[in-house]
Design a protein around this ligand. Sequence first.
Ligand code: DC
Length: 224
Amino acid sequence: MKIAIDGPAGAGKSTIARLVAQRLGLRYLDTGAMYRALTLAALGRGVSCADEDALMKVATSMDLEIVFDQETKGNRIYLDGQDVTAQIREPQVNANVSLVSSHQKVREYIVALQKEIARQGCIVMDGRDIGTVVMPDADWKIFLYASVEERARRRQRELQRNGHEVDLPDLEAQIRQRDHFDSTRAFSPLRKAEDAIEVDTTHLSIEQVVDKVLSIIGGADGDV
Ligand code: DC
């Protein structure tokens, strides 16, 4: 079974996709983490995130390893042998990852890696273009969204857990900017696949969204 979960930043994709994978006993891949790892590698090597060719040199020379934790279904990300799972969520990466992921060659390279992972068997993947580009043949396509205000509050809580204080209005502005950038970029922009089912998570708890997704996948009685 292949399940694609797409949506804008802060809609709850990673959390929901991981829990759905856990409940169904499937592998899980956080595709945004791959663009984030490349961004971190570029920043670390002093490469401009606007320079596509230089980014490709980083992409093809970095040693990126994604380890699937069988128990939690979470992904641990290793860059050149170092665990960077927490580092790829830092504000500096947040501020540059949209630009990195907008380059066509970069996308083609990363998407090819993601398609290869999808070929290896059943999986839940979350991202922006999973239902449209990476797994257009997915059995289920879910498009999660939530209001900008709610997504900013969620991002603020995530950053606070990692020791960063960021103003809510600043986060809202960043999210609006990223939504705009991700959905208007020339190559595989964020958009709902025609056959994706939309779920508004604004007023739902994590458990409620997981149950909703499972009931969609299992049919009306939620029997999966
Ligand atoms: O889901 P996230 O916030 O970790 O994603 C980080 C960035 O990567 C986001 O700006 C959009 C981009 N991205 C993408 O373009 N395609 C994907 N499949 C996943 C993420």
